[in-house]
Design a protein around this ligand. Structure first.
Ligand SMILES: Cc1cc2nc3c(=O)[nH]c(=O)nc-3n(C[C@H](O)[C@H](O)[C@H](O)COP(=O)(O)O)c2cc1C
Length: 374
């Protein structure tokens, strides 16, 4: 092995004692190709299996915890007990190839298309619509409904345990409900779930507490709980790097097994909210975390050299998203010193060979600029 790759291929022991065989993780990616009844389709299981040999952990596409949290057409479900066999198939498909299987769990909040949620009743922290074209004005959740959604995160965690997953990742990123509560832009509440920065953290922290209490009750010590966040919002008011560093400081003491930042570019700098805008977001996050919990970095890592550069920052774990769709054998190639065989652009003739579900494939080839090569 190239000795420069040691950072990438050394094992890492998480706080709960679970050993990850290396530092490379598959990023969660929605594939919108599930069956109409909410079960995971066979083509989706094949897609995961094809990408689970090299990485230590596969974080699945996000799944919803309540019917009014469904965020995408043909998204698979985890909001009811009869989905457990489908979830089991997914976990096994990943684990049989040697990776840990982590179920990403979410509620879409105001980003749910009205057609996908019961009675078109789109909900959020407050009535601030997203700026997506045609976005509905969301109905602010009643306090009792918020408690029900927190419960539902716990119930979905129990299903993940029953289905044999190695862990769950709480999806607090990318503008969905958990982030909507943390955001001063989306959350204009004046009750215990909104107002000050501390109060805006109430919902995310309660979700974490619930998930952890369910794990303590139903799981074993090996069950992994991670949390994903987006560091900044462009809006004013909106989440700033300063607020995120405060959140991360609190999260680092929550006994989570890992934190996971959501970034398009690993090496990006903060927009605002810290004195030194010349240092990367990753740098600021690592400084605040100060080795209390492993952080997963991500964003536009395509070549082995990109990854080696990323590990030079001291990041403990690195997620690969689009690159593992483009080249499912990326990790094995780097491990075997075959860097020059890595493919970094999607080959539009190779859907079948790459084992990419139909609808995901259509989304990729019909969205110019999203994937290199399209
Ligand atoms: C097809 C696709 C679907 C995605 N779905 C999710 C998702 O379900 N949950 C999530 O947290 N991030 C999702 N993301 C974001 C990725 O996890 C990742 O952060 C982003 O693609 C940047 O990493 P990359 O440059 O390695 O692709 C998605 C990205 C892509 C390309």
């Amino acid at each position: 092995m190239n000795h420069n790759n040691q950072d990438m291929f050394s094992p890492l022991t998480l706080k709960n004692g679970v050993e990850l065989k290396n530092r490379l993780v598959m990023a969660p990616m929605t594939h919108t190709s599930s069956n109409p009844d909410g079960t995971v389709s066979d083509e989706e299981v094949r897609y995961y299996a094809h990408r689970s040999k090299g990485v230590s952990m596969v974080i699945t596409a996000t799944t919803y915890v309540t019917p009014n949290g469904m965020g995408f057409p043909n998204q698979f479900a985890a909001d009811r007990d009869d989905m457990v066999p489908s979830l089991r198939k997914l976990a096994k498909g990943i684990q049989d190839e040697g990776a840990k299987a982590i179920l990403q769990i979410f509620h879409g909040g105001k980003l749910c298309p009205p057609a996908l949620v019961p009675d078109g009743d789109v909900v959020s922290a407050s009535d601030i619509p997203s700026d997506r074209e045609g976005a509905a004005i969301p109905r602010p959740l009643e306090e009792a409904e918020i408690e029900e959604i927190i419960e539902a995160f716990g119930e979905t965690t129990r299903r993940a345990i029953e289905a044999g997953f190695d862990g769950v990742e709480i999806h607090g990123a990318n503008g969905y409900l958990i982030q909507q509560f943390f955001s001063p832009y989306s959350n204009r509440r004046e009750d215990r779930f909104g107002g000050s920065l501390e109060k805006r953290m109430t919902f995310p922290l309660k979700v974490i507490d619930k998930v952890q209490s369910v794990v303590a009750e139903h799981g074993n010590e090996d069950f992994i709980v991670g949390y994903r966040f987006s560091p900044e919002e462009p809006e004013t008011p909106g989440i700033t790097m300063k607020e995120t560093l405060h959140l991360v400081d609190v999260l680092a003491d929550k006994n989570l097994d890992y934190l996971h930042v959501s970034l398009i570019n690993f090496f990006s700098n903060p927009r605002r909210g810290v004195d030194d805008l010349t240092k990367t977001r990753i740098h600021h996050l690592l400084e605040t975390i100060n080795n209390r919990v492993p952080l997963i970095g991500v964003g536009s890592i395509y070549t082995a050299e990109d990854a080696r550069k990323a590990f030079e920052t001291g990041i403990p774990l690195l997620a690969l998203g689009r690159e593992l769709i483009i080249d499912p054998d990326w990790v094995q190639k780097v491990a075997e010193g075959r860097d020059d065989e890595i493919i970094t652009e999607i080959d539009k003739a190779k859907q079948e060979e790459l084992v990419i579900p139909n609808q995901l494939w259509k989304n990729i080839v019909n969205t110019p600029g999203w994937f290199p090569g399209v």
